[in-house]
Design a protein around this ligand. Structure first.
Ligand code: SF4
Length: 681
């Protein structure tokens, strides 16, 4: 006999940047079901496999249920009072002995805006360091930086709903079918229409690529080459929007001169994409009345990630595809609050509201607002934190909701960094691979057990509403941060989403009109004016920086290939699967774990044949960092010479072999080009 829910609560999916509205059915404080309410905005009654079914992790028997302190090598359960005293004493000791920059924090897009805001405030105001970073560092940090450089604002220009108003989509370095499924379904529907144009730039023949009008199957690591070729043809075919360029941009003449000097022969050879295919795609994009671009981690997780984001923005400016419905540059965010964590100041160079901490007036503003001396020098980014730990400069690291051991590149280096840090605090739901290296473990609460806001990939600030009480022994992350602020002599009002949003609206200009009671069913897209009016489309009349900025970047081979390519002749890239989410800590503990039970490696039939590998065999992948064994799936979805693997399972630990080479500007790791050699295990 089926048990019926007696209550429903409306909240928002935590998993991806689509930010689906959910209706969660409960009975006697237990979650029974998740469905999607129908609304015109956001997900229109749809969800994917993760949002609808991957919720049973919340009361899984392996949930952490008490704080722990490591003593004599063993993590022992202690009370909250004891752990707060322990942390406060240690933090005070390190700050006074080695200075504020000997401490650092890593926050998470799994946390709400309010929690991210509090975490950066803790480090800036209580510890007085800018050593605060977040998991966006390893995914979309080049998007924030690249779009800021070109437009002044590092956020999606339009909404997914604008697909109704566009004629052409350009999807680059993204597989929305698996990673952003509700948007992926919309993009697929679009691509199936015979009167629309779709361009996919991706090394893999993804599902969307199979429906696309143009699929440019480039070699991983050559986005910059292909985009320069595209822009070259737009200019030489006379398809630029002179009025837009003349009225709203700067730097075009110098940009054009360098663009026209590119070596097409070389770029065609390195990318492996015939120039005629690029030319046709360029003409299709430039001649569409309205063209929208979407990009994912196949753009950002490269040594030239920031430059690629700038090129995507350049493409939009070249063709006047900015500032109206059905156009723009639209990053597809991995977790639902990637946008929000950066908005809230979880970055070492910009505080809440993207204000540059090195500007004296900004440091003064933060210092006055937080009633504390906020430093004006840039803090450590995550890779710099690891290096500082190994150099003996970083003594304490507080990590919330990020399994850096499993998901950051070059696992053994991450482990060495954690082992070199005197105090590692991990705030988590489960005993993750990172928590195993912790000196202190704090049990947090999941999105189903707390209230606050997420900001989805289209700048939509959405209400996350508590569905059930936190599992006994756990606390919402924001409450833990507030408790520690109070414990360290920095008194805070009671933690409520209403109160936090009120405070945030005073320091983050584009949150000026955001109030809890105004969020309603579908949230508000920032910037939100004081009267509550939100913004569907950015850059209608001008850019945040004034004029849009053209800056040319030439393609460069990544050091991973120049240094290791000869001995490790295959290129491995990483990808996600529909059933699982990143490190899989949550989804593996739901029925989704039965649907996909291990990582797998995509390998082209020719490569498989040459190496004596059959479907289902284990393949040993060896890179300059180490080896892993992954089961082969022989498929022509990848091109010859290119392999692709998921990274959801700690027993495989794919990041043992990934490279910690990173984007030259934002330090986002280059997960998408890993030099490997292969053999049957
Ligand atoms: Fe929606 Fe993304 Fe959640 Fe799936 S994972 S339900 S597409 S927000």
């Amino acid at each position: 006999k089926s048990v019926q829910a007696t209550e429903t609560t409306r909240t928002v999916c935590t998993y991806c940047g689509v930010g689906c509205n959910l209706e969660v059915g409960t009975r006697n404080g237990e979650i029974l079901s998740i469905t999607a309410p129908y609304d015109a905005e956001v997900n229109q009654g749809h969800t994917c496999l993760k949002g609808r079914f991957a919720f049973q992790f919340y009361n899984h028997p392996e949930r952490l249920d008490a704080p722990m302190i490591r003593r004599n090598g063993t993590l022992e359960k202690v009370s909250w009072e004891e752990v707060y005293d322990y942390i406060a004493e240690k933090f005070t000791h390190y700050r006074e002995t080695y200075g504020p920059d000997s401490l650092a924090g890593i926050s998470s897009s799994r946390c709400t805006n309010e929690e991210n805001y509090l975490m950066q405030k803790f480090f800036r105001a209580v510890i007085q360091t800018n050593n605060i970073d977040g998991c966006a560092r390893v995914c979309h940090s080049p998007t924030a930086l690249g779009m800021q450089r070109t437009f002044g604002t590092g956020a999606a220009t339009n909404s997914i709903d604008d697909l109704k108003h566009t004629d052409c989509i350009l999807v680059i370095g993204a597989n929305p079918t698996d990673a952003h499924p509700v948007t992926g379904a919309k993009l697929k529907q679009f691509a199936m229409k015979s009167d629309k144009v779709s361009i996919v730039i991706d090394p893999r023949r993804t599902e969307l690529a199979r429906y696309a009008t143009h699929h440019l199957a480039l070699r991983p690591g050559t986005n910059v080459a292909v985009l320069n070729m595209m822009m070259y043809y737009i200019v030489t075919e006379g398809l630029v929007d002179d009025a837009f360029i003349g009225g709203r941009t700067e730097g075009y003449e110098a940009f054009k001169a360098e663009l026209l000097a590119i070596d097409l022969d070389r770029l065609e050879a390195v990318s492996g994409v015939p120039r005629e295919e690029v030319r046709e795609a360029a003409i299709a994009y430039a001649t569409a009345p309205n063209a929208m671009s979407f990009h994912g981690l196949g753009v950002t997780e490269h040594s030239q990630g920031t430059f690629t984001v700038m090129q995507i923005a350049d493409l939009a400016m070249l063709t006047g595809n900015i500032g109206r419905k059905g156009v723009g540059v639209n990053p597809l965010r991995g977790q639902n609050n990637v946008q929000g964590s950066a908005d809230m100041g979880v970055q070492p160079h910009q505080g809440a509201g993207y204000l540059d901490v090195t500007r004296p007036e900004v440091a003064r503003r933060y210092s006055e607002f937080y009633r504390a001396e906020v430093p004006s020098h840039i803090g450590y980014k995550i890779p710099e934190m690891f290096q500082a730990a190994m150099d003996g400069k970083l003594k304490a690291l507080w990590i919330i909701g990020e399994d850096v051991v499993q998901t950051d590149p070059n696992t053994q280096k991450v482990i060495r960094a954690l082992e070199a840090t005197e105090l590692v605090i991990v705030q988590e739901l489960f005993m993750t691979e990172t928590a195993k290296y912790a000196d202190v473990v704090l049990p947090g609460a999941s999105f189903l057990e707390k209230s606050g806001t997420f900001t989805n990939g289209e700048r939509r600030v959405q209400a996350v509403r508590r569905v059930v009480e936190p599992i006994p022994g756990t606390k919402p992350d924001g409450q833990i941060i507030v408790d520690l602020m109070n414990r360290m002599g920095y008194p805070q009002p009671d933690y409520t989403p209403e109160g936090m949003l009120e405070e945030i609206s005073q320091i983050v200009p584009f949150f000026a009109g955001i109030r809890w009671e105004r969020l309603g069913k579908n949230g508000l897209q920032w910037p939100v004016a004081p009267d509550g009016t939100d913004t569907k489309i950015l850059h209608r009349d001008d850019f945040k920086r004034g004029l849009g900025y053209f800056e040319f970047h030439s393609w460069e081979e990544t050091a991973e290939i120049t240094e290791h390519g000869e001995r490790y002749p295959y290129i491995l890239t990483t990808n996600r699967e529909l059933e699982h989410y990143n490190c899989g800590a949550m989804t593996r503990r739901t029925p989704n774990g039965q649907l996909l039970q291990s990582d797998y490696l995509m390998i082209h039939p020719e490569d498989a044949r040459e190496n004596g590998i059959s479907d289902g065999d284990f393949v040993c992948l060896e890179s300059p960092r180490g080896k892993v064994d992954v089961k082969a799936r022989v498929t022509d979805e990848v091109r010859q010479g290119v392999l692709s693997t998921t990274f959801h399972f700690p027993d495989i630990m794919v990041n043992n072999i990934t490279s910690d080479i990173h984007d030259s500007e934002a330090m986002c790791p280059e997960y998408k080009v890993v030099a490997v050699r292969i053999r049957k295990s």
